[in-house]
Design a protein around this ligand. Structure first.
Ligand code: IPM
Ligand code: MN
Length: 352
C-alpha cells in the first residue's frame, strides 16, 4: 500500500518520541511491503517561533492531502504562565481538530500484565481493565463563544451542542460497543446542565437503533470516582469534550504511566494519531521520554487508519516484548538498566 503520512512532531518531547514511531513504522512497512512517504509539517510553539502561527495553512494542506496524521505533542511553558499571550500553541491543535473535522477522540485504557505494579492503584482493582473513551472533540465549551465583560472582570465560555453533534459521536460509541462487549456508558451532568440533557435525550432515542447494546447513564462526578475504584466495570464510554479531557487523564493512571496510552482522532476525512501525554518540557532534548504511547499510536494508525490489522498487531507484539524483557525508559524501570528514548525505538524497529 502507498501511504502518505503527515508528520507533526510539535513541541517538547514531540520530536524525540515521533522519531521512534517513524523508525517502527518504517520497519513495519518494510516487512509488509508498504511504501510510506512522510510529510513533515510545523505545528504548536515550534510553528509560532518559525512563522507566527501554531497551525499554518501549509500544515493544513499537508494534513488534508495525507492518508493519516501522526502527531507528537504540543505546548510550551513560556505560554502557560502568560494569560495575556495572543497566540498559544494549543490554539493550533484546536484549529487543526476543527479544520480536519476530527469530532471523535478514541482513547483506550488498558493494562499491561508486566506493568501492573507500576500503577498507584491496587492490582486487584485494575486487573483486566480494557475500556475506551470516545470524547467529543470539536464542540462544547472548547469551541463556544468566549469573552470578557465588565471591564474584563467577568469572563464566560459558552457550552453549546447540537443534536447532530451528539448523534454522530454517539453513533461511533454504539458501533464500538457492538464490536466489543455491547455495553455503553453515557457520561454527562444531566442533573444540572441543559447540554447534558440534550446528550441524554439523543442517546436514549438512539437506543432503539441498537437493541443489543445495554446503555447506562452516569453523572460525570460519579464516573470520576468509580473509574479509579472499579475500572473494569466500564467498556465503552461516550462523553462531551471537557469531561472527556479530564476523565482520560484520570484513566491513564490505571495503566501505570502516561507514557503508554495512544489515541486516535477520527471524523469524516483523514484521521490523526497521537499519544495522550503532553509535551513534557522538562524532558525535552534529554532522550529519556517514553516513546511507547507514540509507537502505539502508530499501531492504531495502521489498524484503524489504514485497516492493516496484522501490521498494528506486529507493533503491539513488539511493544509487549520490550516490556517483558525490560527494554524500557526510566519511567518504567525497576531500578535496573534503563534505555534511552532512541535505544527503545531502535530495539523495537529491529525486533519487528
Ligand atoms: C488533550 C490536551 C488538549 C485538550 C490541549 C493541549 C488543548 O489536553 O489532547 O487532551 O485539552 O484537548
Ligand atoms: Mn487533555
Amino acid at each position: 500500500m502507498k501511504l502518505k503520512i503527515a508528520l507533526l512532531a510539535g513541541d517538547g518531547i514531540g520530536p524525540e518520541v515521533i522519531d521512534q514511531a517513524v523508525k517502527v513504522s518504517n520497519a513495519v512497512a518494510e516487512k509488509f511491503n508498504h511504501d510510506i512517504t512522510w510529510m513533515p509539517a510545523l505545528t504548536g510553539a515550534a510553528a509560532i517561533d518559525a512563522v507566527g502561527d501554531p497551525y499554518p495553512p501549509e500544515t493544513h494542506e499537508i494534513c488534508a492531502a495525507s492518508n493519516a496524521v501522526l502527531f507528537g505533542a504540543i505546548g510550551d511553558p513560556k505560554y502557560d504562565n502568560d494569560p495575556s499571550a495572543k497566540v498559544r500553541p494549543e490554539q493550533g491543535l484546536l484549529r487543526m481538530r476543527k479544520a480536519l473535522g476530527l469530532f471523535a477522540n478514541v482513547r483506550p485504557t488498558f493494562t499491561f500484565p508486566s506493568l501492573i505494579d507500576k500503577s498507584p492503584l491496587k492490582k486487584e482493582r485494575i486487573e483486566g481493565t480494557d475500556l475506551v473513551f470516545l470524547r467529543e472533540l470539536t464542540g462544547g465549551i472548547y469551541f463556544g463563544k468566549k469573552g470578557r465583560e465588565d471591564q474584563g472582570n467577568t469572563a464566560y465560555d459558552h457550552c453549546v451542542y447540537s443534536k447532530d453533534e451528539v448523534r454522530r459521536l454517539a453513533k461511533k460509541g454504539f458501533e464500538m460497543a457492538m464490536s466489543r462487549s455491547k455495553r455503553l456508558c453515557c457520561v454527562d451532568k444531566a442533573n444540572v446542565l441543559e447540554t447534558s440533557r440534550l446528550w441524554r435525550e439523543t442517546v436514549q432515542e438512539m437506543e432503539k437503533e441498537y437493541p443489543e447494546v445495554a446503555v447506562s447513564y452516569e453523572f460525570v462526578d460519579a464516573v470520576a470516582m468509580r473509574l479509579v475504584q472499579w475500572p473494569s466495570d466500564y467498556d465503552v464510554l461516550i462523553t462531551e469534550n471537557l469531561f472527556g479531557d479530564i476523565l482520560t487523564d484520570e484513566a491513564s493512571v490505571i495503566s501505570g504511566s502516561m507514557g503508554l496510552m495512544p489515541s486516535a482522532s477520527v471524523g469524516s476525512k483523514v484521521s490523526l494519531f497521537e499519544p495522550i501525554h503532553g509535551s513534557y518540557p522538562q524532558a525535552a532534548g534529554k532522550n529519556i521520554a517514553n516513546p511507547l504511547a507514540t509507537v502505539l499510536s502508530a499501531a492504531m494508525m495502521f489498524e484503524t487508519g489504514f485497516g492493516l490489522k496484522e501490521e498494528g498487531q506486529a507493533i503491539r507484539d513488539v511493544v509487549n516484548k520490550s516490556l517483558a524483557e525490560g527494554v524500557v525508559t526510566e519511567d518504567l524501570s525497576d531500578g535496573g538498566k534503563t534505555y534511552s528514548t532512541s535505544e527503545v525505538g531502535d530495539w523495537l524497529a529491529r525486533n519487528i
